[in-house]
Write a protein that binds this ligand. Sequence first.
Ligand code: GLA
Length: 395
Amino acid sequence: MGDIRLGIALTGRHLAGVLVACALTAVLAAPAAALDNGLAQTPPMGWNSWYRFRCQVNERIVRETANVMIRSGMRAAGYRYVNLDDCWMARSRRRGALRPDPAKFPHGIRALAAYVHSRGLKLGIYAAAGRATCMHYPGSRRHLYTDAHTFAAWRVDYVKLDGCFTTRHERGPVGYGVMQAAIRSTGRPMVLSISAWGLGTPWLWAAGVGHLWRTTPDIRARWSSVMRVVDHNAALARYARPGAWNDPDMLQVGNRGLTANEARSMFSLWSMMAAPLIASTDVRTMSATTRRILTNREVIAVDQDRGGVQGFPTYNSATQQVWIRPLSNGDRALLLLNRSAARATVGADARQLGLRPSGGYVVRDLWGRRTTTTPGPITASLPRHGIAMFRVRSG
Ligand code: GLA
């Protein structure tokens, strides 16, 4: 059995981790409880280098990004994590430990973390559970404990563990369970992001192992890709809860390939789905439109609602959807989506949202920033691929 082979390859502390992971596997039949370490009680918010910078990431970009996150209002809006992705590493380990590429990170990760912390933000890092990272840098196979301790010593706050070049066990509850045990053994609270693209149905086991799990392959800055991911992730709504989130991948807001309307729709749908809001664009040069989308606090408040219920479509046609998300104060978030390539009017009825019956409803338009009342009908004329998003309560 792969688990046993993995166990033999490890020793001592490592074996303890494997046993924890096996125990986790054994209780898979029961609904897994979320991790109880107080992290990610709402979906993580932050920035990640990958979609914009790929392998060109370096410490200057990260420091400047942290500064812009403050100046642009992103930090004030709730963005916290500044996350390195693939390619931050040197091509080889030194005395068994990962180390940064000295050309890209001449001052090292510990200094970068200190800088990011001094800005009131947190640092995230990337590793891969198997032989190598997706871009062929050193993998963490047989090094999960060492790497968790390295990251903790650097004062890292968030670890994304990728699934390239893994065995089925490494990218399942056993492998990720070892990483969770390794993180716990450091004593440093670190978010664990499970990044195996939905392989091995993580929604069935990953609560209790990590705080968020990718549900789909990598998203592209294309409307068709966004819709594919949305359709898959929407069906998994029942698995999301505080401390345990479906991750439909990072935001493509601000990246070439999505129109402003499409970017606004993506951001709104991610918020309806209680998805992590991880921007992955160059915020140093972002347009005013991108900044306004990323910092819409009323939409972010839906994403960050403490109830942690993932919204879902209640009406579907080939080209239109109506989404609702119950919020912790009893309000409903409502999203109308026009999936067609032409302008269309989409409508819903506040009397069907499960709110207390009332003579009228108060409707807050979260992008138009207007409050109106209605006896029931709520409609919007939407551009192609456009949305309208509301917060509705009984009047
Ligand atoms: C995978 C992940 C991406 C990114 C790249 C880096 O494709 O899904 O999010 O981390 O690897 O190589």
